[in-house]
Design a binder for this molecule. Sequence first.
Ligand SMILES: Cc1cc2nc3c(=O)[nH]c(=O)nc-3n(C[C@H](O)[C@H](O)[C@H](O)COP(=O)(O)OP(=O)(O)OC[C@H]3O[C@@H](n4cnc5c(N)ncnc54)[C@H](O)[C@@H]3O)c2cc1C
Length: 366
Amino acid sequence: MTAQVVVIGAGVYGAAVAAELRRRGAQVTVVDSGAPAGGTSGATFSWTNSNGKEPRPYHDLSVAAMEAHRKLAAAVAGSDWYHETGNLEWAADDAELARLRRKVDSVTGYGYGARWLTRAEALRLEPDIDPAGLPADGIAYFPDEGWIEPARLVGHLLAASGAERVFNDAVTHLDVSGDRVRAVRLASGRELPADAVVNCAGPEAAGIAALAGLALPMRNTPGVLIHTAPVAVAVGRVIHAPHVHLRPDGGGRLLLHTHEVDNAAHVSDSGETSVDPAAVDEVVAAGRALYPGLAAASVESVRVGVRPIPGDGLPVLGRARRLPNFHFAVSHSGATLSVHAGALVAAEVLGEDHSAELAAFRFERF
Ligand SMILES: Cc1cc2nc3c(=O)[nH]c(=O)nc-3n(C[C@H](O)[C@H](O)[C@H](O)COP(=O)(O)OP(=O)(O)OC[C@H]3O[C@@H](n4cnc5c(N)ncnc54)[C@H](O)[C@@H]3O)c2cc1C
């Protein structure tokens, strides 16, 4: 009998899980309360990496996920959502440099690609950087990292999957009897019978788990993303400079971020999100100091995304032991992880054993 699976959420995780379930022959309905990639997957820095991901199983999962992106992109003509550009990172002071050195030592000890560049070498990669913005040496280069365009990836995965898509209709109830979820009920009144349910609701994953009677601890945090208008500056890769992180964003746009600017996001009592413009100006000024050509760039949009972070920071993946047909695919770093981790979760839904890869990420650890 063909399994009927309901996937809740159409971000990178929901799309990846649905695509793999369909590839394996399941009937799939993907439900989203909004539009696909309208959640965190539409407001993310989406840097693909295993850059300081600890402990070791998390590093290994991330490396496997980077390889899964590479393979998918190679297999699909016109897969322009994947950009394996490399990443440059340097430090503002000795303490940060010591931290960076420890990180590079740790990841190279795992066999991960990382090497040190001088200023002259970095400028050959990024000729539009103001040389005064770079240290003489001690610039870490991670050649296998890059970034993705999540909306294009989600669009591809959903379209290629052939899954039924239900958008702008929220999951409001799960019918649970005994140790199984029997059906998913939507705000519209529609009821979807289910042999299995996958919780891919990102920052709302705790709410969906609660509908199944499960307590998933989450410590979500907001993040501010600054998108410029198109500008003719040669930013070729992911850049982690001391006061600004940036990368290309398609069509000549750039995406700017720092962890400091995240504190400038405010949510009002009525739920309106705003960002302190002075904090945005500071990040843009840091970008312009590094790439003087950015002086010609205006800010096109400022978005706030919510990082879906499980309580201990690690992904929550796979079957809930107490409710064996209810599955999780929830994590931060989902832009990196989702294609691979989503495929593992989908395989487990359909009975394949991935207990070794998923052991460190089970819901039951909470
Ligand atoms: C500022 C910032 C920077 C980041 N940087 C990186 C990075 O550099 N690298 C990286 O790998 N990751 C990064 N991330 C994290 C990454 O973007 C997320 O892990 C990933 O996008 C999560 O995808 P998702 O599919 O789980 O969630 P989402 O994209 O949020 O999808 C969940 C979907 O569920 C839907 N939903 C919620 N409730 C319901 C309901 N009741 N019924 C139906 N649908 C529902 C939502 O509408 C949403 O579309 C970053 C995130 C942020 C915010």
